[in-house]
Design a protein around this ligand. Structure first.
Ligand code: CA
Ligand code: CA
Length: 496
């Protein structure tokens, strides 16, 4: 599915997979040749300490680089080519190398808008200089919401992403710096440079949607009164590795955040998923981390994906009537394969709509999978797919990684719809503190504006170069359905 995901939105960077490009330093043991420096997740049995596992790691020539006792997981680096075999034994439930298990951040190109205009500082989001281009905020009734509640500083939202520009004029005042970190390699680094963007401004855009200041400059965020924390999980090659995601969930849980936004995928389900001995431990580690964060009061929000894929029917490839999948492969693609974190239990899964409120051409869907929808942009519907209309994307804060300059620009994707749901959830918690993650998730659904299925086969972009049926999708369900879940999130309904 990786290819399908990448084709929808432009410009996932072409890079080589894998960790461990560094040459191992020091002297290798004379008896055995050193392999590449690889990262492993070592899991102690559920509920057990990691002490025994750590001893086995040392004996197997591994180095523990991060210890997550809360969930019984060690992040280990080792150049021992036989490490996985050597570490097995009492105190170790499972072990897996994460090499090759990073998934690419689904980047959409940023189109920057030139602006240096500043306006008077008001408490009114509609008075921000670029508000006229924020159709998404009108759709979720943001002006009405902020007249009631613009967010509480007690609410901190973890943005698990590619970092947040701490010099951005719309974000500098919005970041909880003491709660920000890098989690690259599964290891925290709280220096400011470590959690600022390097090769991607995806996280800066996401953060602006959630909490850009209403300060007379640029855009308005949904909940400017709350704080965002940068939790950098995307490496400089544009990949999210499981150890970084595990680190991010635990960091957010242990640093008093009530919400995380996850506009990325830990994406193993195109492979062999839980039936695969090497992926199973990775799965378990991520799921333990998500469960732990729930137990600490964190609600996690995740993007559904940009593949126009029916997540409820993974075995059915409607686009390929002549597909030659073997039955074994289909079996592996069923319930053993969940899209993480979007399909993990307790995670709010968010689809995308464009300016008309209809499903975006790229948005993945699925009855029982999509919980809510939100504006993510649809730059193709207006021309039925012939060309792009960028102003139908989502305008937010940007950081040009080439020139190292802050700005504002458009992106589209469920990466953009997710933070709208997160921002609305942050307003909900500001107005109604004390809700548990489960209560908040149901409140978010209950206050969303229901939207029914379109009739028949839906395709807003039949003139797409990809073909007349490339973006066909069929919606099923009633008031709660596969395209829109419980409906489009509404900022006013959660605070009124
Ligand atoms: Ca602003
Ligand atoms: Ca869900």
């Amino acid at each position: 599915m990786k290819n399908l995901r990448r084709k929808t939105l432009a410009a996932a960077s072409a890079v080589t997979l894998g960790v461990g490009l560094a040459v191992a330093g020091g002297l290798a043991p004379a008896a055995s040749a050193a392999g590449p420096d690889a990262t492993f997740l070592v899991l102690a049995p559920q509920g057990a300490t990691t002490a025994k596992a750590a001893a086995r790691v040392a004996a197997a020539n591994g180095t523990v680089v991060a210890k997550y006792d809360q969930i019984g997981v060690l992040v280990v680096r080792s150049t021992n080519p036989d490490f996985a075999t050597a570490v097995a034994g009492a105190g170790v439930e499972s072990v897996a190398s994460t090499a090759g298990l990073g998934s690419a951040l689904d980047e959409s190109e940023t189109v920057e808008v030139a602006t240096a205009d500043a306006a008077a500082i008001t408490a009114d989001p509609t008075k921000e200089p670029l508000y006229g281009q924020q159709w998404d905020m009108d759709m979720i009734h943001l002006p009405q919401a902020q007249a009631v509640n613009a967010g509480s500083p007690n609410v901190v939202v973890g943005v698990l992403d590619s970092g947040i520009s701490s010099t951005h004029p719309d974000l500098a005042t919005q970041i909880a710096k003491d709660k920000s970190t890098s989690c690259i390699g599964g290891v925290t680094d709280t220096t400011e440079a470590a959690w600022n963007p390097t090769t991607s401004d995806h996280g800066t855009h996401v953060a602006g949607t959630i909490a850009a200041a209403v300060n007379g400059v640029g855009v308005a965020g949904i909940a400017p009164g709350v704080k965002v924390a940068a939790v950098k999980v995307v490496n400089d090659d544009g990949y999210i590795y499981p150890e970084a995601a595990v680190c991010g969930f635990l960091w957010a849980a242990d640093h008093g955040m009530q919400l995380t936004n996850n506009s990325y995928y830990i994406d193993p389900w195109e492979l062999n998923c839980r039936n695969d001995a090497r992926q199973r431990p990775v799965w378990q580690a991520v799921q333990r981390a998500i469960r732990y964060s729930n137990s600490k009061g964190v609600l996690n929000v995740a993007s559904a994906g940009n593949s126009n894929y029916d997540l409820a029917h993974k075995i059915t490839d409607t686009a390929s009537p002549d597909n030659s999948d073997t039955p074994e492969v289909r079996e592996n693609l069923t319930n053993a394969c969940l899209d993480l974190p979007a399909e993990a239990p307790g995670v709010v899964t968010v689809g995308a709509v464009g300016p008309t409120g209809e499903k975006s051409y790229y948005s993945s869907y699925g009855q029982g999978v999509i919980d809510v929808t939100a504006p993510g942009g649809d730059t193709r519907f207006r021309t039925q797919g012939v060309r792009s209309t960028l102003t139908d994307g989502i305008l937010s804060t940007t950081f040009n990684t080439a020139t190292k300059t802050n700005g504002w620009g458009y992106k589209q994707g469920t990466s953009m719809s997710g933070p709208h749901a997160t921002g609305v959830a942050a307003l909900a918690l500001s107005a109604h503190p004390g809700m548990s993650p489960g209560q908040l998730a149901s409140f978010l659904e209950r206050t969303s504006v229901t939207k029914s299925c379109p009739q028949g086969v839906y395709n807003p972009v039949p003139l797409s170069a990809a073909g007349p049926h490339a973006y066909d999708a069929t919606c099923s369900g009633g008031a709660r359905n596969g395209f829109y879940g419980a409906g489009i999130v509404d900022a006013y309904n959660v605070v009124k």
